[in-house]
Design a protein around this ligand. Sequence first.
Ligand SMILES: Nc1ncnc2c1ncn2[C@@H]1O[C@H](COP(=O)(O)OP(=O)(O)OP(=O)(O)O)[C@@H](O)[C@H]1O
Ligand SMILES: [Mg+2]
Length: 142
Amino acid sequence: MRKILFPFDGSESAVRALKYVIELHQAYGGLEVLAVNVQEDPPIYGEYVTAETIEVLREASRESAKRVLETAAEQLKAAGVPYTTFIAHGDVAHNLVALVEERGCKAIIMGTRGLGAFSSLLLGSTTQKVIHLSKVPVTLVK
Ligand SMILES: Nc1ncnc2c1ncn2[C@@H]1O[C@H](COP(=O)(O)OP(=O)(O)OP(=O)(O)O)[C@@H](O)[C@H]1O
Ligand SMILES: [Mg+2]
């Protein structure tokens, strides 16, 4: 099994990347997909925010990550692609490249763009950082 890291944020580009992952598996087989959603920590205003508030925010972000990953999981399952899902918190690109190392992923397949507002840019900042930091091949899907 060739383990692939698949960063998924639910964006149109990531959905097209999902379709490509499924097509690859159907054409060649042997893929194992680690679908990951990273929740960036919201800006916290120092001592004004209590520990309970932080926990409420974390819980909300876990819920939203779960919902996003569920849509990818449904499609992977329906297509018979072996997969696991994972939720991380913090800087997106750094979490992704750390996971590649930890989980022994052989490649990354991701979208060129995400949910960010500047759609005129060719590549989003997460993708740019991942290309810069990754030691394994990165496939980008437009
Ligand atoms: N929070 C995230 N969790 C998992 N994968 C992500 C996340 N954000 C982005 N990605 C992955 O990175 C790809 C490109 O998204 P990126 O964030 O680089 O673009 P953007 O949102 O358009 O730009 P920016 O974030 O710089 O405003 C997505 O298609 C997805 O595969
Ligand atoms: Mg983004």
